[in-house]
Design a protein around this ligand. Sequence first.
Ligand code: ZN
Length: 430
Amino acid sequence: MTAPDWVIRGARPLGGQPADISIRDGVIAAIGQGVTAPGVQVLEAAGLVALPGLVDLHTHLREPGREDAETVETGTMAAALGGFTAVHAMANTDPVADTAGVTEQIWRLGRQAGHCDVQPVGAVTVGLAGSRLAELGAMAESAAQVRVFSDDGRCVSDAVLMRRALEYVKAFGGVIAQHAQEPRLTEGAQMNEGVASGRLGLTGWPAVAEEAIISRDCLLAAHVGSALHICHVSTAGSVEIIRWAKSKGWQVTAEVTPHHLLLTDDLVASYDPVYKVNPPLRTAADVAALRQALADGTIDCVATDHAPHPVEDKETEWAVAAHGMTGLETALRVVQEAMVETGLLDWAGVADRMSARPAAIGRLPGHGQPLAVGSPANLVLYDPEPREAVDPATHASRSRNSPFAGLVLPGRVTATFLRGRPTVLDGKPA
Ligand SMILES: [Zn+2]
């Protein structure tokens, strides 16, 4: 038998018993007692949890168009440092990823960067304008093989367009990922509508604006027999609707962001725009419902909605500041804090919600595979023990708008492997 390229010694697959993981030619060659030989690289991993490489369904890489906020190079490095081996790049770039040409450009930039796989998301409508369907078929047939389509940042609010999009992607097994925000109900909205918005005098963003679109789209997906994915679910009511839709057997999946699992709208009292995000931070009752839904599988997966912004767009008055938060480099730590430390998920559950499920929803067969012999060697080694304050100055992302800055969180990503090649070692770019 040929010697492996790497032996990861003493890691705990899914937090279980220690084992050596041998990697050869980009795949997991053995799990058990690792065999070393001259030339084999050994990574001492005693105490580290080994998980399959994380997959993000919802990343804003900002390139092309807003390279001052992020580039494919910096965003995918941030992803690797967070333990991700694949990210879906949202379509709201400039130009918008609404043609085969732009999606292929983003796909190529990802391959050149090489820190993680970049799977472009195609726009549903031309220019995200919500008036006519983009060339979904051409994007699907392009080199990028787009399967997930979204106008994220904006809602596909026209019911007829949403129906047509669901019908169109059904032919090739695609999925429409909806940013559920009824536009009329959220005109001028600045934060969650509730006690806190009343006290602060900011225009409220009612839960019903999200829930009305989710209800409609679940019904449309059922009517058409097609696949709907709901981005960044943020309210307890949305969870109830999704639970009902799933009980019917409809093809509905959903994601929740790390920040909606940990933070509440009380933080807006600081008027610090780092807490301004779309959908807005909600109440503690919503956070509890989201955690429970992720634990019981009503919400399928975690997705970061990593939304980098340059300082001048974020460190300004609340009313004019951009929506969005960075999240790739803190996602696993936040999930440990919100879900593992609370006993809601074990590490196998984390692997399911952050790797297997998002890879399946995102139609990425090369990712999300179990840590088993023959699987592509996409994996992350994670130390759950240290507790340290988040310091965005150390992040690889070009932007610094982390709502977790200064917050003490558990965990540290030690190493990430993409098809057997380390992208991160000792917590740093390899
Ligand atoms: Zn969105």
